[in-house]
Design a protein around this ligand. Structure first.
Ligand code: FRU
Length: 547
């Protein structure tokens, strides 16, 4: 539909049409990155789920391939659901996925490439002995799904975990195997958290305490922490926690139980829209890469009208923040830079209450890297003044009114996808607030409340606190791509993805503004804005792909 066609993105992964959800089985094989995904070939709404498939040499330029797996067996006739790949030491690939059976029971199935010599992995064979796992006693038939990538135990077996729940307690079951065909269930759980509900798409992987490289999934040792991530069925949030893994009994405990996986205080990969994510180890570049499903914020009717629904976020490298030791940092893969076209660099001092148009031409496809500093005089004035009330304890991006509410030291940042008159705009900003301890606390927010005149769109204010260490400037990176905005605060310590649906600020009418809505803070801003090329995702043809 041409009326809504501007909402299609230029460099985010999306199928040519219809519905997509979770990323599945990402891997690197014989020179190609493979991406599989939950896909409805028949409509722009969830249903009839099969595995879509695409390949890329750089995680940015994709070629669509034929469906990898369809619902053609009794054990997956109600859907070929989410799964993960494991690359064995000899280089061969094992795929485990959830099938929803003819009776809608969730079971785990094994599949492998028909021809290991085909770098495109076009054809997949399902194991004749499927299903390889059925819901164990005490687990309901619809609460057993999304197997992880396997990792090695110290005894040399393979181990996987599968999300579930018992009553309202979210859990992750653990199984050992040597051949991926028969499994032994451990009587312990990887982890369990009361009142979190069904854990979908559990992810489990090591991160280094010292090194900036990613770790292969089986790596363990004294310099290693382990991440547990679960996608919360009820809230649609991907929560993670940093903790310690015990190989002997397959359990994991969080470093800080007050921010355990899935409870309201726990960390999130992203404070906007980002769900059912999955990492994989990229042996090509020794990094761990995170994929996340970005659904729509408009109505189902609009999705049907435009003929498609959902994007994937730009893949992100993910590592432990070695400076804090407490959180992950996520950053768009370096390959995204190949789309950068012309750039403009700006250095300016922004006084309180300013809104400055930034002339970069059309601003519908951008990459922005920015550094901000509040002038020392402004900070001293606030911290040294006892009559300025502490507000950091009360402030939240969601509930403190958004970017129009002025504080002493914020908000300041960018308004993206804005029309000339600013009747539509999406501000992404820092809000710095004084706490009761007279220290500053920094929040990173995205306010979509004025992003669109459309009346069928949800327009939340997103965000969270972002750790800022002594001596650090405030930094943000923003990727803008027509109907998606991805914000990375402080090098990726806090990330916010939002879907926005401007009706005026489209194509050439989309503008960029810099603003400082603080009452007292003068801010210096130093930033570069790149126009971004399209990734020109190709339809499938043998010529394109074998070229
Ligand atoms: C998460 C999820 C998974 C399931 C798949 C079905 O979005 O519900 O738990 O395997 O989607 O499409």
């Amino acid at each position: 539909n041409s009326m809504l066609s501007w909402q299609r993105t230029a460099f985010h992964f999306q199928p040519e049409q219809n519905w997509m959800n979770d990323p599945n089985g990402p891997l690197f094989y014989k020179g190609y990155y493979h991406f599989f995904y939950q896909y409805n070939p028949n409509a722009a709404v969830w249903g009839d789920i099969v595995w879509g498939h695409a390949v890329s040499k750089d995680l940015i330029h994709w070629v669509h391939l034929p469906l990898a797996m369809v619902a053609d067996q009794w054990y997956d006739s109600n859907g070929v659901w989410t799964g993960s790949a494991t690359i064995l030491p000899d280089g061969s690939i094992v795929m485990l996925y959830t099938g929803s059976t003819d009776k809608s029971v969730q079971v785990q199935n094994l599949a492998y490439p028909e021809d290991p010599n085909d770098p495109l992995l076009l054809k997949w064979v399902k194991f004749s002995g499927n299903p390889v796992l059925v819901p164990p006693p005490g687990i309901l038939p619809k609460d057993f799904r999304d197997p992880t990538t396997a990792w090695k135990t110290s005894e040399g077996k393979w181990r996987i975990t599968i999300g579930s729940k018992i009553n309202r307690t979210g859990i992750s079951l653990v199984y050992d195997t040597t051949d991926f065909k028969t499994y032994e269930r451990l009587d312990t759980l990887l982890h369990a958290v009361p009142n979190t509900g069904m854990w979908e798409c559990v992810d489990f992987y090591p991160v280094s305490k010292t090194d900036v490289n990613g770790l292969e999934t089986s790596v363990n040792g004294p310099d290693v922490k382990h991440i547990v991530k679960a996608s919360m069925d009820d809230t649609r949030i991907d929560h993670y926690a940093v903790g310690t893994y015990f190989d002997s009994n397959g359990t994991w405990i969080p470093d800080d139980p007050t921010i355990d996986v899935g409870i309201s205080t726990s960390l999130r990969y992203d404070y906007g829209k980002f769900y059912a994510s999955k990492t994989f180890y990229d042996q090509n570049k020794s990094r761990r890469i995170l994929w996340g499903w970005i659904s729509e914020s408009d109505s189902e009717a609009a999705d049907v009208q435009k003929g498609w629904s959902s994007l994937q976020g730009i893949p992100r490298t993910v590592v432990l923040d070695t400076k804090t030791g407490k959180n992950l940092v996520q950053w768009p893969v370096e390959e995204i830079k190949s789309l950068r076209l012309s750039s403009k660099k700006f250095d300016m001092e922004v006084s309180p209450g300013s809104m400055i148009p930034i002339d970069v031409g059309s601003a519908a496809q951008l990459d922005i890297e920015a550094e901000f500093e509040i002038k020392k005089e402004s900070i001293d004035k606030i911290l040294g003044n006892a009559s300025v009330v502490a507000e950091a304890e009360e402030f939240s991006c969601q509930n403190s009114g958004g970017s129009t509410v002025r504080g002493a030291l914020g908000p300041f940042g960018f308004s993206v996808l804005a029309d000339e008159k600013l009747s539509e705009q999406t501000p992404i900003y820092f809000y710095v607030a004084k706490g009761k301890d007279s220290k500053l606390k920094t929040f990173f927010c995205t306010d979509t409340s004025r992003s669109s005149f459309a009346n069928d769109v949800i327009k939340p204010i997103y965000g969270s606190v972002v750790p800022v260490l002594k001596g650090e400037k405030l930094t943000m990176r923003i990727l803008v791509d027509h109907s998606i905005v991805e914000g990375f605060g402080q090098g990726g310590r806090t990330c916010i993805t939002s879907r926005v649906y401007p009706t005026k600020a489209i194509y050439g009418a989309a503008k960029l503004f810099l603003f400082n809505n603080a009452i007292d803070a003068t801010v210096t801003a130093s930033f570069t804005v790149w126009q971004m090329n399209s990734a020109f995702i190709h339809p499938y043809s043998e010529d394109v792909v074998r070229a």
